[in-house]
Design a protein around this ligand. Structure first.
Ligand SMILES: [Fe+2]
Length: 509
């Protein structure tokens, strides 16, 4: 890490002020009487007024308080109005500054307006004139805030909709980071999740503005270290503020880093980060608040996606356990469920089924023969089955249905299990469905199952070669197999085998 000891002001995110209903005005003048007059009548007009005797004192007050407007004298000891204006322009978004000046310095007041002052008041002033300028300024500020708020609401609404539409952790993170970088307009944003065992925050994904300088890329590498350090205090860092309650080692090229916690079910599950290396960049109060809101919306979505991921994992493990239980009964078919799953997925992808359907096909393939658990006969005996045994064997798809029916979360896989021995020509079992009456999942399982059966040793015969099995599938396409599914299988299996050779990995069997 490029290390330097930079004094950074760390602003607790909890201290970000909420927008006050009463507009607040800071009056800055070295003449006590002017401060008092302005304070009195602006208070009567319904504003909350705070006063400061010079620019330096005003800067201190601005650091800890949110104001809508600053009315400042031009010439003051310690720090004049122009210097104060420059400070405000750099550090406070949407804070209007009105400069007060005597006749001799009108040019300077105009200069101040060019530098971003909202308006100027000539001394000696008339009360009505000041009130008019203040009200006009407040109205302008209200409209700007309204506009910003509308944009924020729109973007939060979009994010909420995106988050609601998915349970995939990847997609959730993608949506959050897109919203974050769009709203903060900084150099990079990142999302970290806490590893429960170590308590450390691990970077899940980082978005770096492609136009960024090498500085940003270098800082990005160091942010994970800084996050784990800063995180302990839940603070935002802003380099160009003077206070230094804390002293940290940070990348020297970092201008401003914001870290906001992701809290779900009272637990900190991660953090969002945003940073900039642009000189003078700082996160405004609005941006900090936005990040805070994004953080709170995101945390629940991430938590849900993680819970769902965990559930899916247990679901898969349950299915695998059931498939293993079956294979434990029948050593000749060891690995059969896994291979049928592999082949079924190859066909499904070749047919461009949806992600959800692919998941169902995978589960159905794992469990397609689960009904054999219900056949009280030795299906693994040497030699062919007797007619009576074969009749029992033919019950296994129906038994499979019966076993799975009481398990609600496995109901989606029943069609594959129940119909995987149906034939395209209607001569299959148990129901004799034909053509497209047979669910697609079952047509896929049928060809995958047949290929694996043919290319596996059985108690009563040796395995067929791949080429022979392919010939059989071609021969029975349109009779036993759905021609489209059979074709997809043949194309998919060839591509898969070539890929295995290219990657130097063993072809199953
Ligand atoms: Fe079967």
């Amino acid at each position: 890490m490029t290390q330097s000891s930079i004094k950074l002001n760390l602003v607790n995110i909890d201290s970000v002020p909420s927008s006050s209903e009463i507009s607040k005005i800071l009056v800055v003048d070295d003449e006590k009487v002017i401060r008092e007059i302005l304070a009195d009548f602006l208070t009567l007009e319904g504003f909350e007024v705070v006063t400061a005797p010079d620019g330096k004192a005003a800067v201190q007050v601005l650091k800890d308080n949110h104001f809508n407007m600053v009315i400042s004298d031009l010439k003051m000891p310690n720090m004049g109005g122009l210097e104060l204006l420059e400070y405000i322009q750099e550090n406070h978004d949407n804070l209007l500054t009105v400069i007060m000046t005597g006749f001799g310095t009108v040019e300077t007041a105009i200069e101040a307006m060019k530098k971003g002052a909202y308006d100027y008041i000539l001394k000696p002033f008339k009360v009505e004139e000041v009130v008019h300028i203040v009200h006009r300024g407040m109205e302008k500020q209200r409209l700007i805030s309204e506009n910003v708020r509308l944009k924020e609401i729109l973007s939060l609404h979009q994010l909420s909709e995106e988050l609601q539409s998915t349970l995939s952790l990847d997609e959730v993170i993608e949506s959050i980071l897109s919203a974050l970088i769009k709203n903060l307009k900084c150099d990079a944003v990142g999302l970290y999740l806490r590893t429960k065992s170590t308590g450390q925050f691990t970077l899940q994904r980082q978005y770096i503005d492609p136009q960024s300088s090498a500085d940003v890329m270098a800082a990005a590498l160091d942010i994970p270290l800084v996050v784990n350090e800063v995180k302990k205090n839940r603070f935002i860092l802003a380099q160009n503020e003077e206070a230094h309650r804390f002293f940290l080692v940070v990348p020297s090229n970092l201008s401003s880093l914001a870290v906001t916690p992701l809290v779900a079910r009272q637990e900190e599950i991660g953090v969002l980060t945003a940073f900039s290396c642009t000189n003078g960049f700082h996160f405004t109060i609005g941006q900090r608040k936005m990040m805070d809101i994004l953080g709170s919306r995101s945390a629940a979505a991430i938590d849900n996606a993680e819970l769902y991921g965990g559930l899916k994992q247990s679901f898969r493990q349950t299915i695998q356990a059931l498939a293993r239980a079956l294979e434990a009964m029948d050593t000749y078919t060891a690995g059969h469920s896994d291979r049928v799953t592999l082949y079924s997925r190859i066909v499904a992808k070749q047919l461009h089924v949806s992600e959800d359907d692919l998941e169902i096909i995978t589960q159905a393939a794992m469990l397609h023969d689960i009904g054999k658990l219900g056949c009280h006969t030795n299906l693994n005996k040497p030699g062919k089955l007797t007619d009576e045994e074969y009749e029992i064997f033919k019950q296994h798809p129906a038994y499979g249905k019966e076993i799975l029916e009481p398990i609600e979360f496995l109901n989606n896989v029943i069609p594959g299990v129940e119909y995987h021995h149906e034939r395209w020509d209607g001569k299959g079992y148990p129901t004799g469905l034909k053509g497209t009456e047979i669910p697609l999942v079952a047509r896929i399982l049928s060809v995958a199952d047949a290929y694996d059966a043919m290319t596996s040793d059985r108690a009563y015969r040796k395995a067929l070669t791949h080429a022979n099995a392919v010939d059989e599938i071609k021969k029975f396409s349109g009779y036993q197999f759905d021609p489209t599914t059979a074709e997809a299988f043949l194309e998919g299996i060839e591509a898969y085998r070539q890929d295995c050779v290219r990657r130097n990995i063993p072809i199953p069997k």
